[in-house]
Design a protein around this ligand. Structure first.
Ligand SMILES: Nc1ncnc2c1ncn2[C@@H]1O[C@H](COP(=O)(O)OP(=O)(O)OP(=O)(O)O)[C@@H](O)[C@H]1O
Length: 477
């Protein structure tokens, strides 16, 4: 303490460090306030700056050292968690592999939402497909993909009980499940074969879906890559696939047929999903297997597109096409893709046209049980789409005539354009969306279009029952 009777002298600043910190660093203790001992024992006064400056410099150095050490420790601790997510999908060779099995499923709370996945926070496959989010990212609607353990998913599905199977596809079974937090989920257990198709599908689904967020795509809640298990966890869509409604087993029919207005709403939702993939994602994503099995319906019969295991990052420019193996579903493949493997977003537009025909006619794309000339839906429907009399006759009998002729003509015109043989004459999905909006009569919940307003598809249809002439002017194509 300073002696009140002694002459005032500059007191050293109080130490910013604990004494033990200084001792650790091999520094002498900070002089006590009021102490004027220079340490030499001679009692001579030394300019206090000579003491303070070196000590301050050392102190600052020490602070920097401590800060660097803290940063290093924090980074080292954080790394295994990120590695968990990364390992789930990518080992050193760029494929999901052993590293995934060891690490990916431990961290229950690892999440990689739209925002973080797009940044370098690194959920999975960052940049592998060169994919970035849409130019104007929508606010994250979902919680982001979580990493699950096999055990957790086993528990969620009652031990993958047969009673919980809601569907079977080429790549595995889908189970109904309830996650630990009570969320209902559809859990797809992929079959891993020697061609590694399941592995590839897993990687693409996780990669794409964890970066995309659209209310028109089925949300990926999470995934599991535990040893040799590969599972995808999706939002549960209680009304199943569009296929199960349009083409139910002959008897007993499980539910009443979809009415006209619901069909139009589904057509619009699907158009918006493809519009999002083609025109609001950079680069464009080609679904490549758009069909009515991959359109799933929520409790309000709002549609969402699923199954991205075959998707490709591509381009909608004619010179930006992807040449690839021909994969997809018979009856939905665009002719140029089926014959040459040349894939563009217009291949999806063709598949979309086929689904529109299914919504309109209730027929499957290929049906060899039908009379000759009616086996392939597209070939049978195309000449009828622009003939008013024949058009009315081709409508799904399950609708029992409950539709507006004006809407029917509009849908038929859109379908006719989508299934044109020449890819470049097919419309953009944005044009399809704009053409469907006026007739789909969206409820307020449906009206949140991701589409900037554009003029509707320009088409003029002249219909007579005797002679049919169609002009389809599609400036955007
Ligand atoms: N998220 C989901 N919610 C509810 N049911 C679903 C969900 N995902 C799939 N299903 C059901 O499981 C079925 C099989 O789906 P999956 O995606 O495995 O196969 P697919 O699309 O029919 O065939 P493939 O995978 O061979 O193309 C679907 O038709 C649907 O009935």
């Amino acid at each position: 303490m300073a002696d009140a009777s002694s002459p005032p002298s500059p007191a050293p600043a109080p130490s910013p460090f604990a004494e033990e910190d200084l001792a650790d660093a091999g520094l002498p203790p900070w002089p006590a306030p009021g102490s004027r001992d220079d340490g030499g024992g001679g009692g001579g006064r030394v300019n206090p700056l000579f003491t303070i400056l070196p000590v301050s410099a050392l102190a600052i150095g020490l602070v920097l050292l401590v800060a660097v050490a803290v940063i290093l420790v924090v980074t080292r601790r954080a790394r295994p968690r990120n590695a968990d997510a990364a390992g789930a999908s990518s080992s050193g060779d760029g494929k999901p592999g052993a590293s995934a099995s060891a690490s990916s499923c431990g961290s229950r709370n690892t999440r990689c939402g739209y925002a973080t996945a797009a940044g370098a926070a690194g959920c999975i496959y960052v940049g592998r497909l060169g994919f970035s989010s849409a130019a104007a990212p929508a606010p994250a609607r979902r919680r982001g993909a979580q990493v699950f353990t096999y055990r957790e998913l086993e528990r969620a599905t009652g031990g993958f009980s047969e009673a919980n199977v809601v569907g079977r596809g080429a790549s595995g079974e889908v189970f109904r499940g309830r996650l630990d937090d009570g969320t209902p989920a559809a859990i797809k257990r992929l079959r891993l074969d020697h061609r590694r198709q399941g592995e590839r599908e897993f990687r693409i689904e996780v990669d794409l879906l964890s970066r995309m967020d659209s209310p028109y795509l089925v949300g990926l809640l999470g995934y599991c890559a535990d040893q040799s298990h590969r599972l995808l966890v999706f939002e549960f869509m209680p009304n199943g696939s569009l296929r199960s409604h349009l083409h139910p087993p002959a008897a007993p029919r499980p539910q009443p047929p979809l009415d006209w207005q619901t069909r139009l709403g589904i057509a619009l939702d699907c158009a918006r999903a493809l519009e999002f993939l083609h025109e609001h994602s950079a680069p464009a994503v080609i679904h490549r297997d758009f069909n009515c099995s991959n359109v799933l319906l929520d409790h309000n019969y709002r549609a969402r597109v699923s199954d991205f295991g075959m998707a490709k990052v591509g381009s909608n420019r004619a010179d930006g096409q992807v040449v690839t193996r021909v994969l997809g579903t018979t009856g939905y493949l665009a002719p140029e893709y089926a014959s040459t493997g040349k894939l563009t977003t217009k291949s999806d537009v063709y598949s979309y046209g086929v689904v529109l025909l299914e919504l309109l006619t209730g027929r499957v794309p290929v049906d060899t049980q039908r009379p000759p000339g009616q086996h392939v839906l597209v070939s049978w429907a195309l000449p009828r789409l622009t003939n008013r009399h024949k058009l009315v006759q081709m409508v799904d009998p399950a609708l029992k005539g409950q539709f507006a002729l004006k809407d029917l003509i509009q849908v038929a015109a859109i379908a006719a354009m989508c299934i044109q043989t020449k890819a470049e004459y097919r419309p953009l999905m944005t044009d399809v969306v704009q053409s469907l909006i006026p007739i789909a009569k969206p409820t307020p919940a449906m009206s949140c279009s991701s589409t900037p307003l554009r003029p509707a598809l320009e088409h003029v249809i002249f219909m007579t029952s005797a002679h049919t002439h169609t002009q389809c002017g599609n400036k955007a194509a």
